[in-house]
Structure formats: structure tokens, C-alpha cells
Ligand binder design. Structure first.
Ligand code: GLU
Length: 290
């Protein structure tokens, strides 16, 4: 049996906090206990928010916690060609379409629909894309593409579900409502998700699904806030014929008021805690690890 493969996949768009320490340590120690491999992956596709100093801090903070990872580290920004190739496959299957609306326009379209009753929201609470660009005529779509305006490539969710059929995943942790075991994927709840933008040929969903497969990840251990994203990842895995890892979504570390931690909060940032004299053992105690 090949060894299990775990990964911690932070985005360098802020400094790591106690929640990241928890997730990284769970992965690292699960790998060690099972004679498995532990990978670190830098999810730096959002060039407007990711910064080299945040990336350097990730290596420093994880090293301070006593975590060691295999090298070279996969940095998503260096692999845009991989994502582009998969987009071409999805496009050849007729599962993508360009949408040209700005965020403000989408908000207006949604508000218009909401005058006629509640408009559905995705599991993160964002309104579903109303699908307006799907019904553009071929001529109009060509004209907009030629105009050089920015656009997003969206997954035609209904078509993708027709291709993939019903899906489940194996959950060894817990969903927000206690879901565990064989969980039924519900990709339709996300609507026509963005898989790429004109300037960035990938998205969180696409690059995670591709990278977990390319890196042979067998066990995805991550925060419960990403539980329902797994629906989209399973859908892409099925359509692209990628292997399916098992999932363990863990509870989130919260602040004293019970709120989810933010990368901007100084009280729970690993660097701030270190400077204030906190030790790695203190961190473990604070996040409830033995
Ligand atoms: N890069 C994502 C984040 O920082 C995590 C991705 C994942 O674990 O699937 O929230």
C-alpha cells in the first residue's frame, strides 16, 4: 500500500493564526502517525491579495511550530498551464461559458429578482449567479469576447451535473450539521461557479481539485468552513476522472467571543503570539492538542 498523503494548503494573503496552526498540526501529525507524507502547498493564485512576505512568514511560522514538509513546495502561481489545460478540457465538453458582468451588475440583477421573492444563496451565503450570460446569442458572446472586456469562465452547473450524476464523498470529520460518513454532494447549491477569470486561468475550486489529484493527496484535512466546497470538488473529480481523497473537516478555532478567526486579528496571530513569548507548546494547549 502506498503511504497516505496529507497536505496543508494556505493562501499567503495574511499571516497565519491559531486556526492555521491547528489545521497544519492535524495534517502533519496524522501523516506522521500513519507513516504518510506531508505536503505544503501555497495557494497564491489571487495576485491582488497574495504577497511574498506572507509566504515567507508561512514557512517561518510552520517551522517554529515544529512542522516539516517535503520540498519543492507546490506554488499554484507557477502552474497556471496545468489549470489552463483542464479548462480547455471542460470547455471542449461544453461545460464552460464566459460571463461579462461586474460584481455590481450581478448585485443589481439579483436585487431585481429579489423584488419577486427570495433569491437562492450558496453555502457561503452569496447569492447564486442569475445565469444571464448563459443565454447570450453566439454573436453577442463573440462581440463581447472581442471587445477585450474582462470576463469570468463559469461552470454550467446543470450540464455538469448531467455529466457527473449523483455523487457522494467519504467524510471522516463532521459537517456544520454533524454530517459524516457517506455524504451526498450538493453541487447545485453553488450555481454556476466561476472556474477562471480572464487574467487568472483558475479559481480556488479548480486548482484544489487538480492539485490534490496531481499531488496524489489521499486525505484532505481542512476546516469545516470548506465542508460544502467539497461538493464542487467531487463534481470536478468525477468529470475529469480524478481520484477521490477521503475528507476530514475539522472544527474551527474561535476567539473568546466565539467568532471565526481573521487573518487580520493580532490577538490570535502566530507571529504576535511568538513575539509576546508564547511557546509552540502553549499554542498546542490553546488549540486543544495534546
Ligand atoms: N487555500 C485555502 C485556504 O487558505 C484552503 C484550501 C483547502 O484546504 O482546500 O482557506
Amino acid at each position: 500500500m502506498p503511504p497516505p498523503v496529507f497536505r496543508f494548503a494556505p493562501s499567503p494573503n495574511g499571516f497565519l493564526h491559531l486556526g492555521h496552526a491547528y489545521s497544519a498540526l492535524l495534517n502533519f501529525e496524522s501523516a506522521r502517525r500513519s507513516d504518510g507524507r506531508f505536503l505544503l502547498r501555497i495557494e497564491d493564485i489571487d495576485t491582488t491579495r497574495c504577497r511574498p512576505d506572507y509566504e515567507a512568514a508561512i514557512y517561518e511560522d510552520l517551522g517554529w511550530l515544529g512542522i516539516a514538509w517535503e520540498t519543492p513546495v507546490r506554488r499554484q502561481s507557477e502552474h497556471l498551464a496545468d489549470y489552463r489545460a483542464v479548462l480547455d478540457r471542460l470547455s471542449a465538453l461544453g461545460l464552460l461559458y464566459p460571463s461579462f458582468e461586474s460584481r455590481a451588475e450581478i448585485a443589481r440583477l439579483v436585487a431585481e429578482r429579489e423584488t419577486r421573492g427570495a433569491w437562492p444563496r450558496d453555502p457561503d451565503g452569496a447569492p447564486l449567479y442569475p445565469g444571464t450570460a448563459k443565454s447570450l446569442s453566439i454573436g453577442e458572446r463573440e462581440r463581447l469576447l472581442r471587445s477585450g472586456d474582462p470576463y469570468a469562465l463559469r461552470l454550467d452547473m446543470a450540464a455538469a451535473i448531467r455529466v457527473a450524476g449523483d455523487l457522494t464523498w467519504t467524510e471522516r470529520g463532521l459537517g456544520p450539521d454533524g454530517e459524516t460518513g457517506e455524504v451526498t454532494a450538493q453541487p447545485a447549491t453553488w450555481g454556476d461557479v466561476i472556474l477562471a477569470r480572464k487574467e487568472t486561468p483558475t479559481s480556488y475550486h479548480l486548482s484544489v481539485a487538480i492539485d490534490d489529484a496531481l499531488q496524489g493527496v489521499t486525505d484532505v484535512v481542512r476546516g469545516q468552513d470548506l465542508f460544502w466546497s467539497t461538493s464542487v470538488h467531487r463534481l470536478l473529480q468525477k468529470i475529469l476522472d480524478l481520484p477521490q481523497p477521503v475528507y476530514r473537516h475539522h472544527d474551527l478555532v474561535r476567539d473568546d467571543a466565539g467568532a471565526k478567526l481573521a487573518k487580520s486579528s493580532r490577538a490570535t496571530g502566530l507571529r504576535e503570539l511568538r513575539v509576546a513569548g508564547t511557546t509552540p507548546d502553549d499554542i498546542r494547549r490553546r488549540i486543544g492538542l495534546p
